[in-house]
Design a protein around this ligand. Structure first.
Ligand SMILES: *Cc1c(COP(=O)(O)O)cnc(C)c1O
Length: 408
């Protein structure tokens, strides 16, 4: 038997079935007309952002990293909850614009921005988080051609990283951002060229569950930003402090203690150096805001035995759930939180492997899981599906196509 990850708080049963937003999974699947189906919950999104605002100093802006979940109705809903949006392509720019989000609230990071992407972003008034001198200069000449003053921030590749982070994105040689010692020269160059300087972006990692590590990193980010602002010689208009807040996916993971992070940050904000006194601060979060608000529902199409092992074979799989299958940057595969959604309150009484419908042994949703007995037609729920599910899985693989998505 292998343990399952912890089911996020806030999921209930109605008549024994898992319910999201007051509707049973059976009713939700009927409404969508199909499985597999991603269901995202407004109530979860609202609660998550409200709890975060409660814990963080009021001065801290909260940005949403669109890549975690760019589903249109989710973006529209987030527009009323968060302060800013972080995008990483012109494709994501088109999605935020389609959701009616003011480009003045949007910043655009990511290495390898094409000229056409720079042009679209500058024309729209999006802030570019420049990842290199070359990119900044291409942006400046594009802006000149358009006759517009570009909004430009500089992404810093810091020497430190977020400890315990699932994905390290700072420290040493990186394709992201400018090495810290080169930042001030470029900042002065873009200011001299007439750009609207929008400050710095310092992102150090993802999926950290330790408040201590996050506090330490935020302290390092503020120290570095203060030092760089002094070198540049202007007060910093804005500082994107990165994010890195993780969610529990696996057995033994504990939710991060956001209150202690907020308290430590408030203390730092009360003792800022002069160059940061008027700075607008923000953090940028993806999975922390939306991950636990999503459930992936897939139907069991076959139940079979092989060498004494029971397989529940579903109509979903890694083409929508690459991370849950263990194939998105994991070394040792562990089970996500998974349940028999149509028998949510039934007592677990058998050990089964839940797999997808793809013809590859990589397509596993739960290994050696202790679950209630399920039959063909039952629905399986994979939790923590609100981030990096639909948007980060190879839905074209084996001709399967994307899953349906709804926001309730
Ligand atoms: C991916 C990414 C994020 C979001 O990461 P999460 O782990 O989902 O919070 C934020 N900022 C940048 C620069 C990123 O690349």
């Amino acid at each position: 038997m292998k343990p399952l990850g912890p089911i996020p708080a806030g999921y209930e049963a109605i008549d024994g079935e898992l319910a999201v937003g007051g509707q049973t999974v059976g009713a939700l699947v009927e409404r969508a007309g199909t499985t597999p189906l991603f269901v995202y919950s407004k109530e979860h999104l609202d609660r998550r952002v409200a709890e975060l605002r409660q814990a963080m100093p009021p001065r801290l802006g909260i940005n949403y990293a669109v890549k975690a979940n760019p589903f249109g109705p989710v973006l529209e809903h987030m527009a009323g909850l968060v302060d800013g949006f972080d995008i990483a392509s012109a494709g994501e720019l088109a999605l935020v614009e389609a959701a009616g989000i003011d480009p003045a609230r949007v910043s655009f990071a990511g290495p390898g921005k094409r000229d056409s992407e720079l042009e679209a972003a500058i024309a729209a008034g999006v802030t570019l988080n420049c990842e290199s001198e070359g990119e900044a200069r291409r942006a400046l000449s594009t802006a000149e051609r358009l006759g517009k003053a570009p909004r430009m921030a500089i992404r810093v590749n810091p020497e430190f990283e977020l400890k315990g982070s699932g994905m390290k994105m700072g420290g040493g040689a990186k394709p992201f951002g400018l090495d810290a010692e080169r930042v001030s020269a470029l900042a002065r160059e873009v200011i001299a060229a007439g750009a609207e300087f929008r400050g710095l972006h310092i992102f150090t990692g993802s999926q950290a569950l330790s408040a201590e590590a996050l506090i330490e990193t935020q302290g390092n980010v503020l120290d570095l930003a203060g030092k760089l602002a002094d070198e540049i010689g202007v007060p910093l208009p804005k500082l994107n402090m990165g994010g890195g807040f993780g969610i529990p996916y696996f057995h033994g993971d504990e939710p991060i203690e956001i209150q202690s992070i907020g308290t430590a940050l408030a203390e730092r904000f009360a003792n800022l150096p002069p160059c940061l006194l008027d700075t607008q601060f923000c953090i940028e979060l993806g999975r922390y805001l939306v991950g636990e608000a999503g459930v992936y529902l897939t139907r069991i199409v076959d139940r079979k035995e092989s060498h004494g092992v029971t397989y529940l074979i579903t109509d979903g799989g890694l083409h929508h759930q690459l991370a849950a299958s263990g194939n998105f940057g994991t070394v040792v595969r562990r089970n996500y939180p998974v349940a028999i959604a149509s028998r949510f309150t039934a007592v677990p009484d058998e050990e089964v492997n839940v797999v997808g419908c793809l013809c590859t042994p990589l397509d596993r949703l739960a290994d050696a899981a202790n679950l209630p007995r399920a039959e063909v037609g039952d629905l399986v729920a994979v939790f923590c599906a609100g981030a990096y599910g639909a948007s980060a899985s190879p839905s074209a693989f084996l001709g399967q196509g994307p899953a349906a998505e709804i926001l309730v």
